[in-house]
Every structure is written in C-alpha cells, then in structure tokens.
Design a protein around this ligand. Structure first.
Ligand code: PMP
Length: 405
C-alpha cells in the first residue's frame, strides 16, 4: 500500500477497528472521512440556523457558510460564476430539473432527445417522461465493439431535430470515460443543449466546465466523500436565466401577490424551500478533503487496483469482463459469471465482509445490449488497498467452489 492510500484510509472511521469491510462498492456511494462527519456534527451542534432569513449573527453565519460553499463548488468545477451553481438533492434531481424546465419549455412534438445506451436510469427516465408529455422521441447512441460510444452512429443520429443531448461523463457500469467534449461540440453544431451526468466522474478526477463547455452538468455529493441527499447542478447562466423555476415555494421568489409571483435571481430561483444546509456544508468539507491531497496520485492508485482486478478476472474461465481494454477508464469493473448469479457471488463475498454490487445497476438498456440481466460490479476508490482486492478474489474462489457443478 502506498503511503498516500495508507494515510487517506486512516481518515475514514469505516476502516478503523478489527475486520473493516473490503468496501468495493464505491460507484454506489463512497465512505466519509472523519473531517466531513465532524464538520456536519459541528454545524448541527453549534452553527445550525435557517439561511437567507434571520438578521441575527448565527443566521448570518449560517448563510455565509452556505454561500461560501457555493463559491467553493464554483471554483472546484473550473471557476464558474457561483450563480451557475444550483444545489440539488443529487444527480437525479439535477437532470429532472433540466428536463422539467429547459426541456418543458423548448421540446416540442417531433423533436428528439439523444442519449447513449449506457446511461443510468436517472439520465433516461426523465427524458422518457418529457418525450411522452411532448410527443418527442428519445434516441440512443449505441456502443461499438470496444464498448466506446459509436461515434459514426452518434453523427448519424444527431440532426436539427435533436434538442437535447444527454450523456454520462463516466459509465457507472463499465467505468468508461465518454468523449464528452466532442459530443458537446456535436450537440452545439445542431443547436442542441448538452446535459452531462457527472456522477461517476467528479469523484475520480477534476472537471472543468470551461474546458467541457457543456450547458448543464449534474453530480452527487455522496459519491465523492460528502453527505447523501446533496448534489449540484451547474448550468450556463444565460440558459438558467431564461428557464422557468422548477419548484415553487419560499426563497425562490422576488415578490408574491394574490395574483401571482415573480422569481428571485439566480441561483435562488431554483432553490425553493429550506435547503439542505448541513449537506451543503458537508459537501464543502468533502471538496476541501479532495483538494487536500494529490488527486492524480490517488486516482492512479484506485485505477491501478481496477486494472489489477481486470487482469485477475480477464483470463478466468466462466468469467466475461465485457471490456477489452482499460483505456479512458476509471476502474469500475462489471463482470458476468456464466454459472453463478451475481447475487450469489455478492452473498458469498458478504459473508467475508467484502462489499460489491450485484444487479442491473440502474442501467437496464445497457445490460440488455450486453445480453445479460445482471452483473457483479467492483468499484475501488482512493482508500482501497490490495488486501481488499485479495479478499475479493478469495471470496470469488469460495463462490466458485460452492457453486461448482
Ligand atoms: N448517474 C450515474 C452515472 C450514477 O452512477 C448515479 C448513481 N448510481 C446516478 C446518476 C444517480 O445519482 P443519485 O442517486 O445520487 O441521484
């Protein structure tokens, strides 16, 4: 174990004490470092207050903490205007927000929404709902034989009818990094807006909105060492300004009369009601944590574990790893066992305190295109070590013995 992994791991209470879990389900959610847990506790113990309301010191301090975090997020995603940072409950809410506001305003009968086949359900279902309501069509870019986005097909599928192109930055099943920048440019060339699902990207590497030049980008705090129920939607100011609000309530208004209401300025127009203040402050702490070490080195270490896992599974009888190479990849690995169901593998592993995910990973269209109903997924992160991987392989062997026919 490198020094970096060792010292990072020590900061996570989940891994202290005897028999810590070999937690290899980080694509579902990451564990939390002590400083994030403590920060949230301190907020509730000594700093809690509603924000943007009270005039007393405590309330002003809570508001400053909240708004300072917005600036922190804005800088973390490449130095955007803080007004372009909308706090949400997660990636799912961010995408639904865009579908229900920009989508509802601009998509009409006959229009098309272009996705990839490897999207998470939260980047499919909101578009299905929108398309059904508007009489639009959802189209899917397939993957090529290397499981990369089929670029030729993407170019064929996109047209002036395309109003929205929505794509995951990183697939939650295959771990592949999609060529987001290229697709954003393609979307722009036909006048479509781009919506990027960054749920699996932001935990692993730095992202820059200026570099990607996308219109919207959504991600979740809980996959990047922050609290659950918290997320971010970045949106280009010009688009956000022109969009109607998503939810109505307190905080998002400029004025309310018995006849109607007018909307607050950005970003508050999209943040109705009392926000998840503890979540925001916890996310800010998670960002500070992620910035406190060499992220590239940490990423290299979790990627190295992913590669070791890939190499260890690739040659095995009865196992199909789907991926042929691990270029442009974050280390998330799904595999199919020809004679053991993923749930059985996961149960056997669980008996030895090894946590992996088994199922369809909320990506049924992708799994259908891979001709499987479920897979087992191993997803290492910055605090995993070789011992975790070794326990996984030992557990897999146990499962193979147990279910040997
Ligand atoms: N998109 C991707 C690629 C994901 O992996 C996930 C979480 N599994 C989501 C969206 C949804 O994120 P959340 O449940 O935090 O809203």
């Amino acid at each position: 174990m490198t020094h970096e992994v060792h010292s990072l791991r020590q900061q996570f209470p989940m891994f202290s004490g005897p028999n810590p879990p070999a937690y290899l389900d980080n694509a579902a959610s990451s564990q939390k470092p002590r400083r994030v847990i403590d920060r949230i506790q301190r907020y509730y113990e000594k700093e809690h207050c509603n924000v943007h309301r009270g005039v007393y010191k405590l309330a002003e301090q809570a508001t400053s903490l909240f708004e300072d975090t917005r600036k922190n997020v804005a800088s973390f995603i490449g130095g955007v205007d803080p007004r372009e940072v909308i706090f949400t409950s997660g990636t799912t809410e961010g995408i639904n927000l865009v579908a229900n506001t920009w989508g509802d305003t601009h998509v009409q009968a006959g229009d098309e929404i272009l996705l990839s086949i490897s999207e998470h359900h939260s980047n499919i279902v909101p578009w299905h709902i929108l398309a059904k309501k508007k009489g639009a069509t959802v189209k899917f870019i397939p993957l090529d034989e290397n499981l990369r986005l089929d670029w030729e097909e993407a170019q064929k599928l996109i047209s002036r009818r395309t109003k929205i192109v929505a794509l995951a930055h990183v697939s939650n099943v295959l771990g592949i990094i999609h060529p987001v920048k290229k697709l954003v440019e393609l979307a722009r060339s036909v006048g479509a807006v781009s919506v990027i699902d960054g749920a699996q990207a932001v935990p692993h590497f730095d992202v820059s909105m200026k570099d990607l030049a996308c219109d919207f980008y959504a991600f979740s705090s809980h996959k990047m060492c922050g609290p659950t129920g918290m997320g971010v939607l970045y949106g280009r100011q010009e688009l956000l300004d022109a969009m109607p609000p998503y939810k109505g309530g307190g905080e998002m208004i400029a004025k309310v009369t018995i006849e109607g209401a007018s909307w607050a300025e950005l970003p508050h127009k999209f943040e109705a009601g009392t926000p998840h203040v503890a979540g925001v402050i916890g996310l800010g702490e998670a960002i500070d944590f992620l910035r406190s070490f060499d992220r590239k080195a940490a990423f290299a270490s979790d990627l190295a574990l992913g590669k070791q896992c890939f190499e260890g599974l690739k040659g095995r009888k009865k196992i199909q790893v789907f991926l042929q190479d691990v270029n442009d990849w974050v280390g998330i690995l799904s595999f199919h066992h020809t004679s053991i169901h993923p749930h059985d593998i996961a149960h056997v592993l669980d008996a030895d305190n090894v946590c992996v995910r088994a199922g369809h990973h909320c990506a049924q269209p992708l799994l259908r295109s891979l001709n499987v109903a479920a897979t087992t997924r191993v997803s290492p992160y910055i605090y995993n070590n070789e011992s975790d991987l070794q326990k996984f392989f030992e557990g897999l062997e146990k499962a193979e013995k147990l279910f040997a026919k």
